[in-house]
Structures are given as C-alpha cells and as structure tokens.
Design a protein around this ligand. Structure first.
Ligand code: PBG
Length: 333
C-alpha cells in the first residue's frame, strides 16, 4: 500500500510526532464549531429551562427560551440547530394531528428563532413518534406500523415546517418513499431552497434510551422499532438506503447512531461523496457524561476525541449534544 516507504531506520514515524509544531503540520483532520448541528428540545409553557434527568447538562426549553439557545449558538459559531419537541402524554393522539399543527412546539420555535436570529440554520425532525400515543414513528394499525399512510402524514408535517421557515427537514422515520414524496411536495409548493437531510441509515439502537426520556416517548412506546429501523448487523443495506434517498432528492444523508457506526460513515462517504453527517446520540452523550462524573475519564478530552473520530471517518458534520461545550473549547484554543 505504501511502496515508497523506506524501512527503519530511514523511516522513523515518531519523527513527525515529536512536538506540537510538527504534529500541527501533519494533522489530517480538524474540528470547528461550524461542523456542529446542536439538537435542542422544545416544550410547552413560558420561561421554562429544565434539565433532562437522563441527559446531564441538556435542557428542555419553552419556545420563548429557545431563542436564548439560538443566540448562544450564533455567538459560538455553531451554524445550525435541530429542533425536537417534548410532548407529554396528554399532547399525544392516535391520529398524530399535532405533527402537522402549524402551532406545534417545533413550528412556533422555528418562527421565534428566524425572527430573532435569521441567519441561524434551523433543522427539524420529521417522524410521528413525538405526537403519537403509541410512541412509534408511523401510524399503528392492528399492531403494525403502516408505511404509505404514514408517508402522507410526514408530507403534511414537512410542509408545515417549511411554511414556518425551516431550512433543513430531517426525516428520521425510516419509512420507504418519504424522501421522494416530501421532495415532490416541497417543489410543488415552491419551497425549492428547503434542504432534506435524510436519516438514511438509522439503526434500531439501544443508544436512543435517554432521548426517549427527553421527548416523553419512553412511557408511550409499545414494542420496538425493528420493522423500520435497521438491523445493527447490516452494512450493505445502509448503502442501498443512502443510494435510494439520494436518488429521491435528499441533499445530505445521516448515519445514526454515531461512534458505534463509524464504519458505515466511511463506506457512505467513499461510495457517494455526498454531504455526510453522523448523529452522536443521547446514549453516547450520557455514557461519556456518566463516566466523567464517576471520575473514570476526562470529560473534555473524551468529548473532543469522540468528535474528531467523526471527521476522520469522513463525516462533514456532526449532530451532537456536546456542540456548545465543544465549540467553547475550540474557540478558546
Ligand atoms: C425518532 C428519533 C429518535 C432520535 C431522534 N429521532 C429516537 C428513536 O428513533 O426512537 C434519537 C436521538 C438520540 O438518541 O439522541 N424520530
């Protein structure tokens, strides 16, 4: 693979590791605040900022206080926020109508952010789970998660987000055909500039545990998501999903979870060369926080090392709850 490399001692690979200056010169990858998308949780009420018990340091904010997060992100050089609604059981229904309500938490938050910080890129989540009494990403009929009727609902949900001013729509539902259907509806209604970041390779993962707490879905979910999210044993299937979503009009694709699936990030980047993102999910975040709180690892160093791993694996950007903390460190360097 490296035929021109002379044998030892002509080649001593430690020569280029001997001090900060030379290490800086040969460094292959860089992280910056501009690489991050910061996921934030929106809830009902006013003037509320509450910590999520299973995700230390991560808050749920009422719409009026979401603007603070947007200002913080802008000041730190973070380019984008991704909104997730927190809904109590009383806000959930079987018909999931809250998902396409123009006044739902997400749509109100989009308008509030765009009014206060217009240059902030706003990404949304498209899936029915946060409005579904069943906690599933699609409609449940006779115990089955149905595809095509769900896609129609996802289209309505996406259109309301685009009308509210979202820049990036993020379908995280894993239904078949939704990218094409959403893209077609966006074009038809004149939202030519709205981007689609498809959660193309999303695995049925236990690493989402703390997030389901964060959005109020833990109590609601019946069964698991294995009939629509991917089997962690598969890798070729991820490439088929990415190919399919790009062909239907996705601008960018995502692999999720992150660190346990870096091999998928690399394969996707090498195969398609499309803008590729990874989601460092709630369980990955909370495991690092818990280990650091127990004195087992150095939180800052493990955080930065885990984020750099995504760049090395070929990702263009990272959705991470560490976004503000990591940006603060990077900006201080
Ligand atoms: C569901 C959704 C999930 C996450 C983002 N969107 C959870 C799930 O699929 O059950 C997980 C994010 C995280 O764990 O940080 N639409």
């Amino acid at each position: 693979m490296h035929p021109i490399q002379a044998p030892y001692p002509a080649t001593r690979l430690r020569r280029t590791r001997q001090n900060d200056g030379i290490r800086g010169l040969v460094r292959e990858n860089y992280l910056s605040a501009a690489d991050f998308i910061w996921p934030v949780f929106v809830r009902s009420g006013t003037d509320i900022v509450e910590e999520i018990p299973s995700m230390p340091g991560v808050m749920r904010r009422s719409v009026d206080r979401i603007v603070d997060a947007a200002i913080e992100a802008r000041d730190l050089g973070i380019g984008a926020l991704c909104l997730f609604p927190y809904t109590g059981l009383e806000e959930r229904t079987e018909d999931c109508a809250g998902a396409w309500d123009p006044e739902n938490h997400t749509n109100r938050a989009i308008r509030a952010i765009k009014a206060a910080v217009p240059e902030m890129v706003v990404m949304t989540d498209v899936a029915l789970d946060t409005y579904n009494i069943n906690g599933h990403d699609g409609f449940v009929e006779d115990g089955e998660i149905v595809n095509d009727r769900t896609v129609e609902a996802l289209v309505k949900m996406s259109l309301e987000q685009a009308r509210a001013g979202a820049d990036i729509i993020g379908p995280s539902d894993m239904m078949d055909g939704r990218i094409g259907a959403i893209r077609n509806a966006l074009e038809t209604e004149g939202h030519q500039k709205v981007m689609l970041l498809s959660y193309a390779a999303k695995y049925a993962s236990a690493f989402y545990g703390p997030f389901r707490d964060a959005v109020g879905a833990s109590g609601a979910l019946t069964g698991d998501k294995k009939t629509y999210q991917m089997d962690p044993a598969n890798s070729d299937e991820a490439l088929r999903l990415v190919a399919r979503d790009l062909s239907e009009g996705a601008d960018m694709v995502m692999v999720k979870p992150g660190l346990p699936y870096l091999d998928i990030c690399r394969r996707v980047k090498d195969a398609f060369g499309a803008p590729t993102f990874a989601y460092q999910v709630s369980g990955e975040y909370s495991m690092i926080k818990a280990a650091a709180a127990a004195g087992m690892v150095d939180e800052e160093r493990v955080m930065m090392e885990s984020l750099m791993a995504f760049k090395r694996a070929g990702c263009d950007g990272i959705l991470t709850y560490f976004a503000p903390a990591a940006a603060r460190l990077l900006n201080a360097q």
